[in-house]
Design a protein around this ligand. Structure first.
Ligand SMILES: NC(=O)c1ccc[n+]([C@@H]2O[C@H](COP(=O)([O-])OP(=O)(O)OC[C@H]3O[C@@H](n4cnc5c(N)ncnc54)[C@H](OP(=O)(O)O)[C@@H]3O)[C@@H](O)[C@H]2O)c1
Length: 254
């Protein structure tokens, strides 16, 4: 089913609103005249972003402060974001952290923090939002997972497991919300030039800018897609990676 122009989202919550990708999603929708609620932990950065988004055309921009690793409070955060705009057409869960795999596999507290922030917290937040969208019988819950969730690899299996778990969670949530007409979008980016990847050598055809990813997210929301690889060629790459025979895969340094 294709969303009509009239149902382009007008009320949007961005969780992890200061993320490089969410910043570009907010700009895109502000320029289309949507109202926004920005949820994050850095109030000063959120205020700066809100000023910028009002100039770009957002009629209303609200701010909420949240520490997403505090999983006991995510239900309250969902309720506050919903109330800030009266209701929501689109919720985008965009926060996350990329742990150092070698360190996290020795330091279980660090591994636990990464698993909580990248899986437990966004899963519980999506669930808390789901009951409101389900009662409303419309809208989209979009969550940024990662291509890293598609197959466990020695170089990042803690982050990858969290994102893979989140993919399965969203699959089930999508199944649950289908009768209510609520879309659940799983966004799977490859390498994106944001603060998260600042420490990595960048450049080359596999790297994307966050505005490109934001445009892909908006298009997938309009088309009510279930899963979107961004840029698109990651869908092909991950089909190959997922299907590599194990003996070959184990010889790789992926
Ligand atoms: N960049 C990539 O190559 C890539 C690839 C695949 C998937 N992703 C996913 O895309 C999403 C967006 O990431 P990004 O690339 O835009 O990176 P980013 O710019 O580093 O954004 C990460 C955001 O998460 C927030 N955050 C981290 N821990 C938090 C906490 N405990 N409480 C509240 N907020 C917290 C950060 O807040 P502060 O601004 O306050 O630090 C930041 O705004 C993430 O889910 C990431 O895993 C990214």
């Amino acid at each position: 089913m294709t969303m009509s122009k009239a149902s382009t989202p007008r009320s949007i919550a961005l969780f992890g609103a200061n993320s490089g990708i969410a910043t570009e999603v907010a700009r895109l929708y502000a320029e289309r005249g949507a109202s926004l609620v920005l949820v994050g932990r850095d109030g000063a950065a959120l205020e700066r972003a809100a000023d910028d988004l009002r100039v770009r055309g957002a009629p209303k921009v609200e701010i909420l402060i949240a520490e997403f690793s505090h999983t006991e409070s995510v239900a309250d955060v969902a309720a506050a974001a919903w109330q800030a705009l009266g209701s929501l057409d689109l919720a985008l869960i965009a926060y996350g952290s990329l742990p150092d795999q070698a360190q996290a596999q020795k330091d279980h507290a660090a591994a636990e923090r990464a698993l909580v922030l990248n899986f437990v917290s966004p899963a519980l937040l999506a669930d808390a939002l789901a009951e409101r969208f389900e009662a409303q019988r419309s809208g989209t819950i979009a969550v940024i997972t990662s291509v890293a969730g598609d197959r466990g690899r020695q170089s990042n299996y803690i982050y990858g497991a969290a994102k893979g778990g989140l993919q399965r969670f969203l699959e089930g949530l999508r199944h649950r919300l289908h009768p209510a007409g609520v879309a659940v979008l799983d966004v799977r980016p490859g390498f994106v030039s944001t603060a998260m990847t600042e420490h990595l050598p960048r450049g080359g055809p596999l790297w994307a800018e966050p505005n490109k990813v934001a445009a892909d997210i908006a298009r997938a929301v309009e088309r009510r897609r279930a899963v979107v690889y961004t840029p698109w060629f990651w869908g092909l790459i991950m089909t190959i990676v997922r299907n590599l025979p194990r003996p070959l895969f184990h010889r790789s340094k992926l």
